[in-house]
Design a protein around this ligand. Structure first.
Ligand code: IPD
Length: 269
């Protein structure tokens, strides 16, 4: 993709992330249409409304681009792909907890080039562009410099994998000397790795719309991530590990994510 074409998308991305965040903020004060789409897997009317807003705005400017949204699936085809999670942290949103965000990533030729994560209840907008750094509200951010014994690792959970996979992961991470938390938004958990607020994030299966924007934030903030987009991760998800670089060795060994012979079956046994 030519520089000028990417400039146009970067500018549109920041504007639409702000607008979508503002819409989500308004809807948060009066959530409606809360339903379960699976075990502990929420959807609200706001998810659909915010996703339609984002796609409408981006399509008007880039009609030939393709879109993958958590709620609406795929629209269009081609090399330029926007991946959208309109509300990440939907359970928090539904319960009236302000820890949620809007996540929009842009990939060209399968490579993440732009990402924005808007956390409207905190007035925070994270943006990154490949090779140009990562920013919160316009200020550059960096991953933290702590060692494993002081590290705070966020562990994501969903009902997509058996509970024993999660408890085994938790035990192995605690054995490194790190502590953990689960705050319920994968995209924000990863953005916080980029911002030094978390020191790592691991989840044994997560969908591409949860990570498409934030993995770029982590890399652009000096962090390390596994090769999430290898294989069919855009359509079916993958394991994710992202951390400050000095924690990579300990966390790859503890989680198994990022090892050369890494296999999901092995990690959940
Ligand atoms: C979920 C959240 C959660 C993560 C799950 C996701 P949603 O997305 O990001 O933190 O652990 O894997 O499915 O349902 O809030 O959009």
């Amino acid at each position: 993709m030519k520089e000028g074409e990417l400039d146009a998308r970067e500018e549109a991305l920041a504007a639409v992330a702000r607008e979508a965040g503002e819409r989500a903020r308004r809807l948060f004060s009066n959530p409606s249409g809360v339903k379960l789409k699976g075990l502990q897997d929420f959807i609200t009317a706001a998810d659909g409304e915010v996703e339609r807003l984002i796609i409408e705005r981006l399509k008007a400017r880039f009609p030939r681009d393709a879109f993958l949204g958590e709620e609406g699936g795929v629209q269009g085809s081609g090399d330029a792909l926007w991946i959208i999670d309109p509300i990440d942290g939907t359970a928090n949103f539904a319960y009236g907890i302000p820890h949620f965000c809007v996540s929009i990533g842009f990939l060209s030729g399968g490579e993440p080039l732009l990402g924005a994560v808007a956390a409207p209840m905190y007035d925070e907008l994270y943006v990154a562009r490949h090779g140009r750094g990562a920013f919160r509200n316009g200020r550059p951010i960096r991953v933290a410099s702590v060692e494993i014994g002081q590290a705070l690792i966020e562990l994501g959970w969903s009902s997509r994998l058996p509970a024993k996979a999660y408890t085994a992961l938790l035990e192995r991470v605690l054995a490194t000397g790190a502590t953990f938390r689960r705050a319920g938004s994968g995209a924000l958990g990863l953005a916080y790795v980029a911002d030094g607020r978390n020191h790592g994030y691991c989840e044994l299966h997560i969908n591409s719309w949860d990570v498409a924007a934030a993995l770029l934030l982590v890399r652009e903030a000096g962090g390390w991530t596994n090769d999430f987009f290898a294989g069919d991760a855009i359509a079916h998800g993958n394991a994710v590990l992202a951390c400050a670089p000095q924690l990579k060795e300990a966390l790859v060994a503890a989680t198994g994510v990022g090892q050369a012979n890494d296999k999901l079956e092995r990690r959940i046994s």
